[in-house]
Design a protein. Sequence first.
Length: 375
Amino acid sequence: MEGTDDQVTGIDDLPVRDELRGKSPYGAPQLDVPVRLNTNENPYPLPEPLVERIAERVREAARNLNRYPDRDAVQLRTELAKYLTKTGHYALGTENVWAANGSNEVIQQLLQTFGGPGRTAIGFEPSYSMHALIARGTGTGWISGPRGADFTIDLPAAERAIAEHKPDVVFITTPNNPTGNAVPPETVLALYDAAQAAKPSMVVVDEAYIEFSHGDSLLPLLKGRPNLVISRTMSKAFGAAGLRLGYLAADPAVVDAVQLVRLPYHLSAVTQATALAALEHTDTLLGYVEQLKTERDRLVTELRAIGYDVTESDANFVQFGRFTDTQAAWRRILDHGVLVRDNGVPGRLRVSAGTPEENDAFLDAVRDLKKELDA
């Protein structure tokens, strides 16, 4: 048998689906710099008592790793329901909650269940880019809905888009990423009503950053609305981005439906044990959230004082600008050892709220940048 040649194969040489050709995977630059404020992580390490509790729970789980984990994650879903009931002021039970590997897998399961080939989803952009990417990955057609110049959802235009396209899934991100602004409950209700009149269709409210908001969760809106889903994550407020644990709250029928597409034993015993430990320390972790909200508000105030245009933020990050050359501005900030995010929003950059020291370094960098721009 003759040996193979050294011909290099690229993606374009493979029988990749047409809708994936020319696309780029999701990701943010991970550069080795002193201050990284580009991925909306919680900058505070987990407290030592929680680290010890995680070790205890994982040690217990390790004794049974020869067995599959609880396929339905009943204990974890029960504790998540208690957390949502306590903080969201709306009573939920185990049957109302589903958990997966990050909110991205939650979104994927929802689109596998309610989207797919021959179906469509709509989101109001700029917004979380993974909604469109996961839609594409599940064969769901994607529709980019309108936002206003101030990055709020243009409600009349959004209602018209829903009536015209009759999407199967509607995404509403609040607080919105990357802009940071929240969506008023009355807007969500209007879009839900429009979606039901048009199809009816599922409405997914992505609340990944809700613990940082000035307002309350939209969980109470679930009452009497079986086609409404609230998506959450433990990556942000719980400071557990490395855990990869997302969850949803919805009518029990929705929880039953997504289990039709879930992979068997999709949540490992170690993941479940770690998440349960984190939920035991909710009060401590939400204390860090309050610190970050204070720092977020300080960033908004300081950026405006420097002379930047800043979008109102209910998240743990701030969008600011405006820049004639966004990439050049990003590079000048990086030259100061501070990494922020260029999300592709024209004239804007996004900075995550860090520790006071990290935020001071960022503010020093953007002060110098403003002097250069004004010179």
